[in-house]
Design a protein around this ligand. Sequence first.
Ligand code: CMP
Length: 143
Amino acid sequence: MERTFLMIKPDAIERGLIGEIVKRFERKGLQLTAAKLLQVSREQAERHYEEHAGKDFYEPLVEFVTSGPVFAMVWQGDRAIGLSRSLIGKTDALEAAPGTIRADFAVHTRLNLIHGSDSPESAEREIANFFTPEEMVNYTKSV
Ligand code: CMP
């Protein structure tokens, strides 16, 4: 059983895509473990994207992700990290496979609607940046 951190970004919130995106993870069979709508602080965004510090897209990325509310979530299930990334699609919408969230709804590389953890280590760090253990539910039946 794996946990992953998913964050619906400000562009998707503005476009009214929360339901459309959440539906895809529910339909796949992953379990929603925690969720909240929040305004990300500059410090929280910098922690979240620390691996990209210094890259040319870093500053616009931090500005973008703090420009409006995000919908932060934790999902769990067998191979939740890889399965989530397969539903999301590649970072660049042009390279994302048809049927993925980014292929279906995104145009840009930065404004790409949703973030998903890329490894168990990233997931643990990213979840801790947004949620306390008390905010996560425990299911009696796992998927
Ligand atoms: P995300 O999955 O949240 O992880 C890092 C983010 O940086 C990525 O989605 C994009 O929003 C952004 N990003 C990655 N590469 C680029 C790029 N070449 N140009 C602009 N933004 C990028």
